[in-house]
Design a protein around this ligand. Structure first.
Ligand code: HEC
Length: 120
């Protein structure tokens, strides 16, 4: 009797495990997405404070520096970390090197958000 039930018990345990893992994965993804939203909104504030005089309030190049919302910048720096590295090493153009890693990452996420159709 026990041995005939065993496969069902094993299956049941496996199902519980799989659904638990799936819920964990879903929650982890949801919190990752909301973390990215928070970081991007911090990037937006930094952008207004430090970048818009040259790149324009919406990143459209209104201040004379390159347009950051037409997709070209993402062709050059496709990943967040490539974009963040460039920003940290070279921007703001008049005072490069003042941004922390996390500020540069926040800004990179915001610039990605300015290019919504092109963000993977
Ligand atoms: C004093 C003006 C000025 C400020 C302030 C400034 N930039 Fe720039 N930015 C430029 C110029 C000029 C270029 C083009 C030359 C270059 O790539 O070095 C540029 C290029 C860039 C590029 C690459 C664009 C491309 O298509 O290659 C990015 C990304 C960028 N800036 C982000 C930022 C961010 C983020 C900030 C704020 C922390 C910022 N910039 C502040 C003038 C500025």
């Amino acid at each position: 009797m026990v041995s005939r039930l065993t496969p069902f018990l094993v299956m049941g345990a496996a199902l519980v495990t799989v659904s638990g893992l799936w819920a964990w994965h879903r929650d982890a993804q949801a919190s990752r997405a909301s973390l990215i939203r928070i970081e991007a909104s911090q990037g937006r504030q930094l952008f207004h404070a430090m970048c818009e005089t040259c790149h324009g309030p919406d990143g459209d190049g209104a201040g004379g520096a390159p347009n950051l919302m037409n997709g070209e910048v993402l062709q050059q720096y496709p990943t967040v970390s490539q974009l963040a590295t460039f920003i940290q090493e070279r921007m703001p153009a008049t005072n490069p090197g003042i941004l922390t890693n996390s500020e540069a990452r926040d800004l990179a996420l915001w610039i990605q958000a300015l290019n919504p159709r092109l963000t993977p």
